[in-house]
Design a protein around this ligand. Structure first.
Ligand SMILES: NC(=O)C1=CN([C@@H]2O[C@H](COP(=O)(O)OP(=O)(O)OC[C@H]3O[C@@H](n4cnc5c(N)ncnc54)[C@H](OP(=O)(O)O)[C@@H]3O)[C@@H](O)[C@H]2O)C=CC1
Ligand SMILES: CC(=O)[C@@H](O)[C@H](O)COP(=O)(O)O
Ligand SMILES: [Mn+2]
Length: 359
């Protein structure tokens, strides 16, 4: 029986994690829950799962992780505000089931330096797929990683045709039902950029050997190409409960958690290259990842500001990545210790807000 803390329990990842747990009471027990502001839903969940310890906000989430003993902390918080809870989870010695990719990306070596080997289990679907495929070979046998991308709701469009797209259109993800920020990031392809940095940090593969293939069906969740020319892909219908369950029970699988593919009906899986001119965020993220230091934190923080401005109707879709690029270009890297990262984030948010107010 594993004791689980679910951070961000009221969100898309959190609710699906509780569904997995509710269906497998012989495997998991919830010992702590946290949310941002949604006190009512948090209280309902605590009552349903008989949980004594709850927290609201990032600071209380840190205290929760520090005071409640758990085997696994699932970080399903959205945004880089999840950094403190990620660091606390690693310090606690629990396994960190990581959906909150932002904390790894902004924390970089800081997060990696705290993590024992195998302590971080990725929940992001692509990285879960890679982790599963990587069980089949050694690090030296890996030639490259290929992350699949759905392409988002604007796949096939030119940059100019995207100038006036609405927030509602950006939230119409073709294959996944997720929270507002990650869904918007899928529409700009910033999500795939963040995921390249996440893959580099998790699996120690250099950026030249991490590629993206657009796969609109979101059935193949990513692939590992090995040195002998063999490629292993992980495939399953798009349902986050599978990678979430692996995050909670790694290295074991939870029987029945997902519905397998149906091989008795005709289906077509397609793959195509990414259009870098319409979606420059992936190339920019690779540059940022290569530059390292405080650049990834700045990239992410500027994006978070821009995404919120877009949904408040203050800027257009194209302004999101244009703003991120302008902030990254203006950044002077600093030491990437915790203070340095937090300073760089504050600087990036202020800088982004200045640019956004003129957009
Ligand atoms: N949803 C998905 O399918 C996938 C998500 N991810 C990643 O998982 C993470 C969560 O995404 P998702 O579930 O979609 O997001 P949601 O917006 O649906 O949920 C976010 C959760 O974080 C909580 N939260 C927000 N701010 C704080 C804070 N300051 N302190 C504590 N909790 C906070 C929210 O609480 P409240 O309800 O009170 O606001 C909510 O529970 C993101 O990093 C995302 O990129 C990765 C792959 C797939
Ligand atoms: C489900 C998941 O892992 C998301 O991060 C997903 O990858 C988003 O889809 P895109 O491929 O459109 O970014
Ligand atoms: Mn993903």
């Amino acid at each position: 029986m594993r004791r689980i803390i679910v951070l961000g329990s009221t969100g898309s990842i959190g609710v699906q994690a509780l569904d997995v747990i509710a269906r497998n009471p012989h495997l998991f027990e919830v010992v702590g829950l946290s949310a941002g502001t949604n006190r009512e839903k948090l209280a309902e969940q605590a009552a349903e799962f008989g949980v004594e310890h709850t927290a609201l906000g990032a600071d209380e989430s840190v205290s929760l992780v520090e005071t409640v003993a758990a085997d696994v902390v699932l970080n399903g918080i959205t945004g880089s505000v999840g950094l403190g809870p990620t660091l606390a989870a690693l310090r606690s010695g629990a396994t960190l089931a990581l959906a909150n990719k932002e904390s790894l990306i902004v924390g970089g070596d800081l997060v990696k330096g705290l993590a024992a080997p195998g302590q971080i289990v990725p929940v992001d679907s692509e990285h879960s797929a890679l982790a599963q495929a990587l069980r089949s070979g050694t690090h030296d046998e890996v030639r490259r990683l290929v992350l699949t991308a759905s392409g988002g709701p604007f796949r096939g469009r030119t940059r100019e045709s995207l100038r006036d797209v609405s927030p509602k259109a950006a939230l119409a993800h073709p294959t996944w039902d997720m929270g507002l920020v990650v869904t918007t990031n899928s529409a700009t392809l910033v999500n795939k950029g963040l995921e390249i940095i996440e893959a580099h940090l998790l699996f120690d593969i250099d950026y030249d050997r991490i590629d993206v293939a657009v796969h609109p069906q979101s059935i193949v969740h990513s692939m590992v190409e090995f040195t002998d020319g063999s490629t292993l892909a992980q495939a399953s219908p798009p349902d986050m409960r599978l990678p979430i369950s692996l995050g909670l029970s790694w290295p074991d699988r939870v029987p029945g958690v997902g519905v397998p593919l149906d091989w008795t009906t005709v289906q077509t899986w397609t793959f195509e290259p990414l259009d870098d001119s319409a979606f420059p965020a992936v190339g920019l993220a690779k540059e940022v990842g290569r530059a390292g230091s405080t650049y990834p934190a700045v990239f992410n923080a500027a994006n978070e500001q821009a995404v919120h401005a877009f949904h408040e109707g203050r800027i257009g879709y194209l302004d999101i990545v244009d703003t991120v690029k302008a902030v990254v270009d203006a950044h002077e890297p600093a030491s990437a210790d915790l203070e340095g990262v937090l300073d760089a984030e504050r600087w990036a948010r202020t800088q982004a807000d200045r640019i956004l107010s003129r957009a």
